[in-house]
Design a protein around this ligand. Structure first.
Ligand SMILES: Nc1nc2c(ncn2[C@@H]2O[C@H](COP(=O)(O)OP(=O)(O)OP(=O)(O)O)[C@@H](O)[C@H]2O)c(=O)[nH]1
Ligand SMILES: [Mg+2]
Length: 465
């Protein structure tokens, strides 16, 4: 396995510098369309199209011409190396935003020696050239994909390096601890005293705390970034589809008083208190039904283990404890059978408008609502948010599942180092735990990230990014 090293004081990076081009604006029609060119010779190739000399960072108006045919007109912007997004020589051609006109520009550029960029290749080059680290590059993708103001704010912080700075701070503390441990290795007879004098145990404890805090913030950022999947599960006619409609505020799902109305899964994206949610309506669970409904029920059951949170809907007028318990057991058994962690569950008693308001909804339902009148919907939103542990204000930066995994592994290794010292383990072994922790933290910013993982991360970006 080879490692790509970035962002160090001296750059060691085997990066392609061949000329790449791509449309940087979204597909479709628009007032302006930008074609980006990066690599050695970008200026020269662009000048053949523009038939004019370009000036550094100055907009130059030109007619883009190829083989004596005018393709478009617009402005060309030249960013000399290294002061560009990729750190290479970059030219942006800003013409009209139409798929054919932009495609013709690409064809002309390829005829002049460029090639079409792979998805994420511009960001990948920016990373290899030390313009941004891996978490920051992922922040760009998160910012572009953000679906709420809170997510956009947090992603911008990631892009600006807030998350990386936290990780680097932990890593720096960890490195200085390692230095102290390694100093003790050279004096095996006095190692315990050396470690005690240096306060290594306390420093490890405070490092573990620092890591836990970052992990908690990153986990909020991951929720904000990825959102969660929530399924409405329950018997037929309890009002699952009505609840979906009430939560999304539109008549998306068919509602009738005939049990077994919903068969297909219906997935709708919405925001609940800033948290992106994919809400899934499912067929009512029952047996002995026709072939079509059986398929719907099977799909509903499959959802039980595919989502983060299950809203178990029951009808308040005929709320039976045994019915709820059976449903909860069914969700848990589905997960158990597949060796999966069971999803979180909220029991929602619907149709409270039909019960005498003085009647206490049994304590075993978490929330009481009416999809018809809207009663209790705010409580339901708050309960969803609470159940997944999301607080919009705590999401300072966006993070991804791979970051959380790396932080968790580093936390375990620091914990093992703590235990190692307490149990008098050889200092070499304790230092080794810290080295592993350092590598995992380094994988977040891409300082030590396997090439194939880098390739995978960037390939998920879109073309032109
Ligand atoms: N009074 C009252 N009626 C409701 C409420 N929610 C749903 N209903 C009615 O209950 C019936 C069933 O509603 P649906 O939303 O189709 O129920 P469902 O759980 O999706 O049913 P299936 O798709 O068959 O599994 C309809 O007649 C709704 O108008 C409510 O809060 N109060
Ligand atoms: Mg339904």
């Amino acid at each position: 396995m080879t490692y790509g090293l970035a962002n160090g004081p001296t750059m060691i990076a085997a990066v392609d510098q061949d000329l790449i081009c791509a449309i940087a604006t979204p597909p479709g029609q628009g007032g302006i369309g930008v074609v980006r060119i990066s690599g050695i010779g970008a200026k020269k190739v662009a000048e053949t199209l523009c038939a004019k000399p370009l000036k550094p960072r100055k907009a130059v108006y030109c007619e883009f011409t190829h083989q004596n045919e005018r393709l478009d007109d617009g402005i060309a912007l030249w960013f000399p190396q290294p002061h560009s997004f990729t750190g290479e020589e970059v030219v942006e051609l800003q013409g009209h935003g139409g798929p054919v006109v932009q495609q013709r520009l690409l064809t002309a550029l390829c005829a002049a020696g460029a090639r079409i960029a792979r998805p994420g290749e511009f960001s990948e080059r920016a990373f290899h050239n030390g313009k941004l680290d891996l978490a920051q590059a992922e922040g760009i993708a998160d910012l572009i994909a953000s679906t709420s103001v809170a997510a956009a704010r947090a992603a911008l912080n990631t892009l600006k390096g807030t998350f990386s700075a936290r990780v680097n701070e932990i890593k720096d503390n960890l490195v200085s601890l390692r230095v102290q441990l390694e100093a003790a290795i050279d004096f095996p007879d006095e190692d315990i005293e050396i470690l005690e004098q240096a306060g290594v145990v306390e420093k490890l404890r405070s490092l573990a705390e620092q890591l836990q805090q970052t992990l908690a913030t990153a986990d909020q950022g991951r929720l904000l970034n990825n959102g969660i999947q929530v399924a409405l599960i329950g018997s037929p006619n309890v009002g699952k589809s009505s609840l979906l409609n009430a939560l999304v505020g539109e008549d998306a799902a068919i509602v009738t008083d005939i049990p077994g109305t919903t068969r297909d899964l219906l997935k709708i994206d919405l925001l609940i208190n800033g948290l992106p949610i994919r809400l899934v309506d499912t067929a009512g669970i029952r047996s002995g039904v026709d072939k079509v409904e059986q398929q719907g029920v099977a799909r509903a059951r499959a959802q039980m283990t595919e989502v983060d949170l299950v809203l178990l809907v029951v009808a308040a007028p005929d709320l039976q404890r045994s019915q709820m318990e059976n449903l909860v057991a069914e969700v848990q058994n589905q997960a158990l059978a597949q060796n999966l962690e069971p999803p979180k569950i909220l029991i929602v008693a619907n149709k409270v408008d039909l019960v005498d308001q003085s009647v206490h909804i049994p304590a075993h339902a978490n929330v009481a609502v009416s999809a018809l009148t809207g009663q209790g919907l705010d409580d339901l939103r708050a309960a969803i948010q609470k159940q997944v542990g999301f607080g919009q204000d705590n999401a300072e930066f966006t993070a991804r599942t791979r970051h959380i995994e790396a932080l968790k592994i580093a936390a375990v290794q620091i914990f093992r180092a703590q235990q190692g010292i307490e149990k008098g383990l050889a200092t070499e072994l304790v230092a080794e735990e810290l080295t592993h922790a350092q590598h995992h933290l380094g994988s977040i910013t891409g300082e030590l990230t396997a090439d194939e993982l880098l390739g995978k991360i960037f390939s998920e970006f879109c073309i032109g990014k």
